[in-house]
Write a protein that binds this ligand. Structure first.
Ligand SMILES: C[S@@+](CC[C@H](N)C(=O)[O-])C[C@H]1O[C@@H](n2cnc3c(N)ncnc32)[C@H](O)[C@@H]1O
Length: 291
């Protein structure tokens, strides 16, 4: 039997990933596909989409792993090839997927059980879903002496400047979906009743905003910043604040080579040999050792 706390946290994760209304999302996906293929929306197919197993399966799979939807459309839906859509992200408050949210919750609960001191910080917030889960776990365990830090430009990814990032132009002129302003994030958090004085914002480019920020000890550091330059800036500014026994999570290690390169270089420079634990195909984590 699930406790009330478990039920609350499950509901938060489902809401963040928009898992509660798969029928609506299937209909949205159908209309987006029609638009992408310059096809008119057929009202009969629009209503059938609610029960379309292939659409629902594609959405569920993408939400589980935090990945792009791979569609196998039933004949009649669209006539041309499928486009590569990021639909699941368009309708959710986090793009990280279920496995990474479950793991994030487990990390915080382990930190609380083991009394690892410090706050929780995410660098690379987007619509704020992971920060909301962090805040919700603190609330569910009635923790009042830790805060969640939400660090972001709130203007998307910077233009590539580091040599390793040049093949990965992700800035707002190319990927505007990654640019979410702070007011929008705050409004989303308010809807969940998770915006209060235990949620703190650190706006600005990591390269400038983190070095002198008034952040004390950290028990959890979640980096979701895509690029070499962004990932490196966070590691250089904050890793020394992570307490022994604290968790560091690198969201893009498995899929973005510049991020992986930055992490490998940092670990080498700082003689960090703790094994990386894979969470899914995208993300890895390790627990900081003493010394
Ligand atoms: C992939 S999104 C984060 C996804 C989010 N964690 C979630 O749960 O869905 C990457 C975020 O990193 C931010 N970002 C990347 N590089 C940055 C930098 N150098 N300074 C500030 N923000 C940065 C972007 O604005 C964007 O919101």
């Amino acid at each position: 039997m699930m406790t009330l706390r478990q039920r609350y946290l499950e509901l938060i994760k489902s809401a963040v990933l928009n898992e509660l209304y798969p029928e609506l999302e299937a209909q949205l996906l159908y209309t987006v596909l029609c638009t992408a293929h310059e096809q008119p929306v057929d009202l009969e197919l629009f209503w059938q989409a609610r029960e379309d197993v292939s659409l629902r399966d594609a959405i569920t799979q993408a939400k589980r792993n935090g990945e792009t939807i791979h569609l196998r459309l039933a004949p009649g839906h669209v006539r041309r090839n499928q486009p590569d859509l990021r639909n699941y992200t368009e309708y959710a408050h986090s793009m990280v997927g279920r496995r990474r949210l479950d793991h994030l919750q487990q990390c915080v609960e382990q930190i609380l059980t083991d009394n690892i001191p410090g706050d929780l910080l995410e660098a690379g917030v987007w619509r704020g879903g992971c920060c909301m889960l962090l805040r919700a776990v603190l609330a569910a365990h009635e923790v009042h002496d830790r805060v969640v830090w939400a660090a972001d430009s709130f203007a998307g990814v910077p233009k590539s400047s580091h040599a390793s990032d040049l093949d990965y132009p992700l800035d707002a002129s190319i990927l505007p979906v990654l640019s979410v302003d702070q007011e929008t994030v705050e409004n989303i958090m308010r809807r969940y009743h998770l915006l209060d004085d235990q949620m703190r914002f650190l706006p600005g480019w990591f390269e400038q905003s983190l070095q002198h920020a008034e952040i004390g000890q950290l028990a959890l550091l979640r980096i979701d910043a895509d690029l070499y330059s962004s990932t490196d800036a966070v590691l250089q500014a904050l890793y020394h604040k992570l307490q022994p026994g604290g968790w560091i999570i690198i969201d893009d290690y498995g899929i973005l080579p510049p991020c992986r390169e930055a992490v490998d270089a940092f670990r080498q420079q700082h003689n960090i040999h703790t094994a990386l634990q894979p969470i899914d195909d995208h993300a890895v984590a390790w627990r900081k050792q003493a010394g």
